[in-house]
Design a protein around this ligand. Structure first.
Ligand code: MG
Length: 242
């Protein structure tokens, strides 16, 4: 009897381990290149969120937000279904900081019915309009980020004009139409605190790789002299405010 109690049952341990993995309790514990703790995240769970974010870029955003949110809240323009919000929000949560996620949640130009990135799952059948907020809210709840990620529903340029709080990081990933990216830059760049980051997504110096609007605005930001530009990280343009 005593032997049974003190000897671990290998099958029971195997079952416990499998349950732990299945329930999401055991994740890889990595350290990033900069020595910062990497996000512990269930890769299967995050892969199910709709979105257009490369895994390496997500890791870079996490590292930047982990540094930036030590001194100020962070914000993104373009929530969509919350994929980037999970990475950025988890980093902010490490520092007890708030993460604001701005989107009108009616989809961008290319996500409308008949357009290239239209997704019928995002269509509200009652209104016949795109509604990404339902899935965004589900994502935030699934990752238990309700006390960190604050959704702000509306046009980023309107919200930005009323904004007063200095930010540690602003991630620009809203509408990719030139006028929209330009407005986002013009309205939000001032809200980045000194030492904070202005980060653009989908920067493609080669037109064959993607649309040029974010790249053109990114170049204006670099030319402004207000920022130090890091080398491009895949399609992330990272600018540090002087
Ligand atoms: Mg993007």
């Amino acid at each position: 009897m005593i032997q049974i109690l003190i000897q671990p049952n290998p099958f029971a341990l195997f079952v416990i381990f499998q349950v732990a993995i299945y329930s999401g309790a055991v994740y890889e514990n990595k350290t990033s290149l900069k020595g910062l703790p990497m996000l512990k995240i269930d890769p299967i769970k995050i892969s199910k969120i709709k979105g257009f974010l490369d895994e390496a870029e997500a890791g870079r955003l996490y590292d930047l937000a982990l540094e930036a949110s030590r001194s100020a809240p962070c914000l993104e323009i373009g929530s969509y279904c919350g994929k980037s919000s999970v990475y950025l929000g988890c980093a902010c949560r490490e520092n007890g900081a708030i993460f604001f996620s701005v989107d009108h949640h009616t989809g961008s130009e290319e996500q409308q019915p008949g357009q290239e990135y239209f997704d019928p799952e995002l269509l509200d059948k009652e209104t016949g309009k795109i509604d990404t907020f339902r899935l965004f809210r589900k994502t935030i709840e699934d990752f238990d980020l309700q006390d960190t990620v604050v959704p702000i529903i509306g046009r980023s340029d309107i919200i930005g004009r009323a904004w007063k709080t200095p930010l540690g990081l602003v991630f620009v990933d809203g509408s990719h139409a030139y006028e929209s990216v330009l407005k986002d830059y013009q309205v939000w760049a001032d809200h980045v605190r000194s030492g904070g980051y202005l980060v653009f997504h989908d920067i493609f110096p080669n037109p064959a790789d993607g649309g040029q609007a974010p790249y053109l605005v990114y170049q204006q930001a670099v030319a402004s002299g207000l920022f130090d530009a890091a080398p491009l990280f895949k399609s992330l343009g990272v600018l540090k405010k002087k």
